[in-house]
Design a protein around this ligand. Structure first.
Ligand SMILES: [Zn+2]
Ligand SMILES: [Zn+2]
Length: 280
């Protein structure tokens, strides 16, 4: 890709840091996470997820996603290696979180089996529990675990993608895993695509639709944008009070992927939250 687009991403973060100095920490922290993940060269190895054709039809017709969260496969070795790579990079780059991450890193270096258990709990969507006798930041741990698992989740979703080719899925939740999107893009064909917050699958939905509550009422859906930023919009739903950031790929050059765009639009999250809306 990637070099031009990576450079464009870093360039944009620099500009945003200057424009929104108060949020510099967020751009730096999430920027480090995304770049570490993208630069991590290994790919996870996932066995194919078996679902019979008949089951695929039934599920999709009835509006059920193809895979339950717990049935996602993960490449544990890959996720572990990425987990420690994220720890290392964040310790190197970010003084603010360094002591917290050092505690996490050293605990799991000496308890690798515990990390495997935590990966499994994450798939069961169980909130991570405190670990006995260790004072570590559970939210930060949960965040690192999710980002370590993301490539495996994405690979599992890819493995079933072909089964969705002839489906007309336009619901607000993901046809692969059932989770809601976290970002949207308007593409050349004029369609709106959304990206799943859990497995990274992308699918298209109606342009006037809140994916979180199915609201299609024009009067309750509007958008805001930041000054001077054509191409980036935040769609707000007045029915459920949630928002979805949207990148117009016809206007914005060098959109590399929506994970990066999510970080490059963190200021829009802050604006939307100040207006009383929350992320979907
Ligand atoms: Zn999904
Ligand atoms: Zn809504």
């Amino acid at each position: 890709m990637q070099d031009d687009k990576l450079r464009a991403f870093q360039e944009r973060l620099k500009i945003l840091r200057r424009k929104y100095p108060d949020y510099g920490y967020f751009f730096d922290f999430y920027g480090t996470v995304i770049l570490t993940r993208i630069n991590f060269s290994q790919r996870p190895e996932i066995e194919s997820v078996a679902i019979e054709e008949e089951m695929v039809k039934l599920k999709l017709n009835d509006g059920f996603p193809l895979i339950e969260t717990e049935a996602f496969q993960i490449d544990t070795k890959h996720a572990q290696a990425l987990f420690f790579a994220l720890c290392r990079e964040l310790i190197k780059e970010r003084n603010e979180v360094k002591p917290k991450i050092e505690v996490i890193e050293s605990y799991f270096q000496s308890h690798p089996e515990k990390l495997k258990e935590i990966f499994a709990d994450f798939l069961k969507e169980e909130k991570l529990k405190d670990i006995e006798n260790i004072d570590l930041d559970i939210n930060l741990l949960q965040f690192l675990v999710f980002h370590s698992l993301k490539p495996s989740l994405k690979e599992s979703a890819q493995a079933v993608k072909s089964k969705l080719e002839n489906s007309n899925w336009t619901k607000g939740y993901c046809p692969v895993c059932g989770h809601h999107p976290y970002m949207a893009a308007l593409r050349e064909n004029g369609k709106k695509y959304v990206k799943c917050s859990f497995c990274g699958h992308e699918w298209s939905i109606e342009r006037i639709l809140c994916p979180f509550c199915d609201n299609k009422d024009h009067e309750q859906l509007r958008y805001i944008k930041a000054d001077g930023e054509e191409g980036y919009r935040v769609y707000l739903c007045d029915k459920c009070k949630r928002y979805l950031k949207t990148v117009d790929e016809r206007t914005i050059e060098n959109v590399v992927d929506l994970d990066m765009e999510d970080v490059a639009t963190l200021h829009l999250d802050i604006i939307a939250e100040k207006e009383g809306y929350r992320k979907g």
